[in-house]
Design a protein around this ligand. Structure first.
Ligand SMILES: C[S@+](CC[C@H](N)C(=O)[O-])C[C@H]1O[C@@H](n2cnc3c(N)ncnc32)[C@H](O)[C@@H]1O
Length: 288
């Protein structure tokens, strides 16, 4: 398929251009989009037609990560040919509450890399700390909700996945993280994005380090519901909590709110599919 390579952020600008072949879908990998070009129009490259059952992968900076079952040699060779990555890794899953990746390097050399997303720079080593591109839209949604000067707590801050977009949107963020490796990247990313004046970092268990009341509490952890009653000790009227889960846990959340004596409104949203029949979700809880 003939394509033109453009920055992904510009994709909407080209939807009605005369040269775009709208019968085919563009490929979007991180910051780059490959737009299918109609016959007879100039193109900048050729990529194979998307295979119906082709392997999906994530591009984290210059590293390509396959998730799920072990990729075939043909999958690996194809991504090397098309994307010339620094390394290709197989991400089998992650371990424990710190979400430490379980990976095998299939090609090249891994290490600290720079990944850019929505104008934010993230330093990380994807074999040491997790990164999910599927949360990109959720980061934008949350950042759009922020009012300048808000006091926000990010209870599971990691390397700054949500902390950095929240701070860039004008919040003051208390970022709590238990994994020392993630803390190292978090501090580096705060400096890199020039957000030192609006983020306070605490290394440790969020259950021991909350210091509310906060205007917003971000709980970006699939088991966030387990931490809800502790978070509720740090809210005030109007506080918004974003409680992540797998599947719909709104009933559980409403029960905890009731038992803790809080009135609130809940809105449940899907973020991404994470496996057969498994959806990563968020419930927005607004305390009355
Ligand atoms: C952002 S990742 C979660 C990604 C995904 N939503 C999930 O649940 O797998 C969660 C982060 O929370 C951190 N974490 C886990 N338990 C914690 C705790 N009790 N206090 C502070 N941070 C914690 C982990 O080290 C990890 O960096």
């Amino acid at each position: 398929m003939n394509v033109r390579e453009i920055p992904s952020r510009d994709i909407k600008k080209y939807t009605s251009a005369s040269w775009v072949d709208t019968t085919r879908k563009p490929y979007v990998y991180g910051e780059t989009a490959y737009i299918p070009v109609k016959d007879g129009y100039p193109y900048s490259g050729i990529i194979p037609e998307r295979k119906r059952n082709g392997r999906g992968f994530q591009k984290i900076g210059p590293i390509i990560a396959f998730h799920g079952s072990e990729p075939l040699d043909s999958d690996i060779n194809e991504v090397i040919r098309l994307h010339n990555p620094q390394a290709v890794i197989w991400y089998r899953g992650h371990n424990g509450d710190m979400r430490i990746p379980d990976t095998t390097t299939l090609y090249g050399v891994t290490g600290d890399i720079l990944h850019k997303e929505s104008g934010i720079k993230y330093h990380l080593d994807p074999t040491r700390v997790m990164f999910s591109q599927g949360n990109r839209e959720e980061k934008k949604r949350i950042a759009n909700l922020v009012q300048p000067g808000e006091q926000v707590c990010d209870m599971f801050a990691g390397i700054g996945y949500f902390t950095l977009p929240l701070a860039k949107a004008g919040a003051h963020v208390h970022a709590i993280e238990i994994n020392p490796d993630s803390i190292t990247y978090l501090k580096k990313n705060i400096l890199e994005n020039k957000l030192t004046s609006c983020i306070t970092v605490t290394q440790g268990d969020c259950r021991d380090n909350l210091a509310g009341p906060y205007d917003r509490i971000h709980m970006g952890f699939y088991e966030a519901v387990r931490f809800l009653s502790i978070a509720l000790d740090h809210v005030q009227s109007g506080t918004m909590l974003h409680v992540h889960s797998i599947g719909n846990t709104t009933d559980k959340i409403e029960r905890i709110l009731m038992e803790s004596g809080y009135e609130a409104t809940c809105q449940h949203l899907a973020i991404k599919k994470i496996g057969p029949g498994k959806v990563h979700t968020v419930t927005d809880v607004r305390i009355s």
